[in-house]
Design a protein around this ligand. Sequence first.
Ligand SMILES: Nc1ncnc2c1ncn2[C@@H]1O[C@H](COP(=O)(O)OP(=O)(O)O)[C@@H](O)[C@H]1O
Ligand SMILES: CC(C)(COP(=O)(O)O)[C@@H](O)C(=O)NCCC(=O)O
Ligand SMILES: [K+]
Length: 245
Amino acid sequence: MLLADLGNTRGKFCQLNDGAFGDQFHWNYDEPVAPLLEHCEGCTIVVAAVANETRKQALIDAALGLSIRLLWVETPKWDFDVINGYIEHRKLGVDRWLALVGARHLCRSPSVIIDAGTAITVDVLDEFGQHKGGWIAPGMQLMAEALLKNTANLMQYEEGHSVRLAHGTEAGISNGSLAAVVGLTLQALETARYALNTRISPQLILTGGAAEAIAHAIQVSARVEPNLVFYGLLQYAARTQKNAE
Ligand SMILES: Nc1ncnc2c1ncn2[C@@H]1O[C@H](COP(=O)(O)OP(=O)(O)O)[C@@H](O)[C@H]1O
Ligand SMILES: CC(C)(COP(=O)(O)O)[C@@H](O)C(=O)NCCC(=O)O
Ligand SMILES: [K+]
């Protein structure tokens, strides 16, 4: 079995061997996906996709050619001991849903889950598995690109590693974007304390492409879990396997 997380920047795949995570690989969307999947001809892929229709169709076409079965996860109102806090439950991105399920699987304490990918999503989960809602903000690359696109004098930026004051334009953009995310994270912890009605700081869980960069830049302790969405998908895979027995 294979797990797939199709984000807006790239697709992530993770092999499942006897219920444990195995090899992982990426699909850059400007490349064909079929060659990446040849080794698992005839297998089943449990898919979480927030990517556009073209990318989903490319996976469907490749799967057809390789006799691969695709199981598409959809966002439910509740499952796996997590209750979706959206008014219209289907509208919560399935990657966010799976990150909540993954977080619930890893720890039972109140948590703030930040998935810093193309977009940065914030989701708050209480100790009973109730999703308290969240936020969506632009990811660091999007922030920088929006600046380049809409200004006359900003041409390029570096990858952000620090929130130090910069002494040049490129570093100013990257450090500024990282600082915006660090500020968002600190505010998320503060807002979560109100929503959870507690003075104790909830567990901060970071995932997505920029998770490490945020963890390095922030002054509070954080748990970096690159596989959070895969932990969510793992629950679905395990259930599918159990139902097939
Ligand atoms: N080293 C890095 N430092 C900061 N941000 C990064 C770094 N690497 C990737 N990113 C950010 O992560 C995003 C890709 O992460 P990913 O979680 O795969 O996104 P998605 O799930 O949306 O496809 C990029 O758009 C960029 O904003
Ligand atoms: C917010 C997102 C675009 C994040 O996508 P990503 O950064 O992981 O590519 C995705 O979770 C999504 O399409 N959500 C649907 C809207 C919502 O969650 O409210
Ligand atoms: K995200």
